[in-house]
Write a new protein. Structure first.
Length: 333
């Protein structure tokens, strides 16, 4: 029987060198979380239009799977797909809320090969923790599941103040929408900012919400008609090459710096200064990937002023130098 499974595993993915992503569907799976993995990874393309990923759906037992909606999905592959995957993604399921776990799911996860990247969306983290894959790691999940998660898995560190985590190849995300951020983060890690931004553009979502952005806001989001900071953010993105101060941003909305900062935090869950640095880093990454500009000119175009300043911020945000980043992603796809 084991040999039969191994033989089948060789036919799950095409032998074309693409990064292989297996999505594990379980009874009660949330359709949105199941489909977003295919939607995002499926849009990642080389400059010549070639697909960068192959995504397949699998289940502990292939066949018809119940969702948490009023329809089912037919899953063509069994757990053998996990043994060949470069990345395994586990979406949430309605079953996670009542604490019921199928031993067949744990057995399926045991097939994941060493070195494969493992990710969960929302309450899919419960399955990874139950399988012993998160012991000693920092993870996250939906804030509504926080008390139950911490009580059930005391050997796992749950950080509920972030959208997603990346702990040395084991990744977790908060609610369903944070799964989008997590997938874009993986695409960005694999192929750089330009590819990830193009996927975000095609999906019409924000290209980058930082992992440490708050899961939810403690106050209601102000009405855009009276307090949106969109005009200031649009202006800042068009002027990243220039010095941009908090006073400049507030002036775009005709308000005081104190009021602007409060509204900005209410709207985006971060400070204007932190947001601005991240936009400059994203601009620099895109230029390093897509142009041959010298590093000092990239630094100037992104608003960092000097190559030294760019180097400092890129190291802080991504853990690499501008030269190393360009060497990894320039012309990669």
């Amino acid at each position: 029987m084991d040999n039969m499974c191994e033989d089948r595993a060789m036919t799950v993915f095409a032998a074309d060198g693409r990064h292989r992503v297996a999505v594990l569907a379980r009874d009660g799976v949330l359709p949105f979380e199941l489909s977003l993995v295919h939607r995002l990874f499926g849009q990642a393309r080389t400059t010549a239009g070639g697909a960068l990923y192959e995504v397949v759906t699998c289940a502990p037992v292939p066949g018809e799977i119940r969702t948490d909606a009023d329809f089912t999905v037919t899953v063509p592959h069994g757990p053998e797909a996990l043994a060949e995957a470069d990345t395994v993604v586990v979406p949430g399921s309605a079953a996670d809320h009542d604490g019921s776990f199928d031993p067949a799911v744990t057995a399926a996860l045991a097939r994941i090969r060493p070195g494969a990247r493992i990710a969960s969306i929302c309450t899919g983290v419960f399955v990874l923790a139950a399988a012993g894959l998160l012991t000693g790691r920092r993870v996250t999940t939906h804030w509504r599941a926080s008390e139950r998660a911490r009580a059930r898995f005391p050997d796992v560190t749950f950080d509920l103040d972030v959208l997603y985590t990346d702990d040395d190849g084991v990744l977790t995300s908060a609610g369903a929408a944070a799964g989008i951020d997590l997938c874009l983060h993986m695409i960005r890690t694999d192929h750089g900012a330009a590819v990830a931004d193009e996927v975000a553009r095609g999906t019409v979502v924000a290209p980058h919400r930082a992992s440490d952005q708050a899961q939810y806001l403690t106050r209601p989001v102000p009405q855009p008609r009276t307090s949106s900071t969109a005009r200031a953010r649009e202006w800042a993105l068009a002027n990243l090459h220039r010095p941009v101060t908090l006073r400049d941003l507030a002036a775009q909305e005709a308000t005081s710096t104190r009021t602007f900062t409060r509204r900005f935090r209410d709207e985006l869950g971060t400070s204007p200064g932190r947001w601005l640095v991240r936009q400059r880093v994203r601009r620099a990454c895109t230029l390093l990937e897509c142009t041959d500009l010298p590093v000092d000119e990239v630094a100037a175009a992104a608003g960092f002023g000097t190559a030294g300043s760019l180097r400092l911020h890129l190291q802080a945000e991504l853990g690499v130098s501008p030269t190393a980043y360009r060497g990894t992603f320039r012309g990669r796809t």
